[in-house]
Design a protein around this ligand. Sequence first.
Ligand code: COA
Length: 168
Amino acid sequence: MIKIKLINKIVNLNDWVKWLNDKEVTKYSEQRLKRHTHASQKKFLNNKIKAKDSKIFQIFFNSNFVGIVELGNIDKFHNTCEVMYFIGNKKYWGKGVAASAINLALKYAFKKLKVYKVFAGTYKKNVASQRVLTKNKFKLVGKMKNHLRVLKSSKKIRDDKLIYEKLK
Ligand SMILES: CC(C)(COP(=O)(O)OP(=O)(O)OC[C@H]1O[C@@H](n2cnc3c(N)ncnc32)[C@H](O)[C@@H]1OP(=O)(O)O)[C@@H](O)C(=O)NCCC(=O)NCCS
């Protein structure tokens, strides 16, 4: 059973910090560029809780906290927002958790925030991320060629950024 819970006060950050420092989890995220601590994460989360342009949710699988989904860059004028997500507990990868969590976040976006469109961006190399979007009927609408830097072994290589969107 997958649930998402809106975060409106500081939650236990131990797992979250561990996930953010896991290079496999953050391989396709700019979070990999920072070292995360309890203090940095508390500051980040307090800012998110106060922010008018973000709703951030814990993802639970059978009551276990396994990841995060965020509706960010909420734009009240254009009536759009971006969905971002990760399953930090790798034991739960490949079980449909992210696809279901995104589905629940989309319901919140379209019903509560009443946005016109939700968009997402992924590294082209992040096939699993693209799959969770297409499973949620997102459409690929754009490709920013060589937009992103990827570190592979010691060589610096680049990747395309893919843009997906879903209308209500
Ligand atoms: C990407 C991520 C969110 C997917 O979460 P998940 O809960 O494992 O996703 P799901 O189980 O819902 O779906 C994954 C799908 O991708 C597929 N998949 C996984 N790895 C794949 C690969 N290397 N090639 C092709 N398909 C792949 C799975 O088979 C599954 O598809 P299916 O249901 O049709 O079989 C998770 O791996 C993660 O958090 N990764 C690190 C952070 C991240 O990349 N976040 C997204 C940033 S844009």
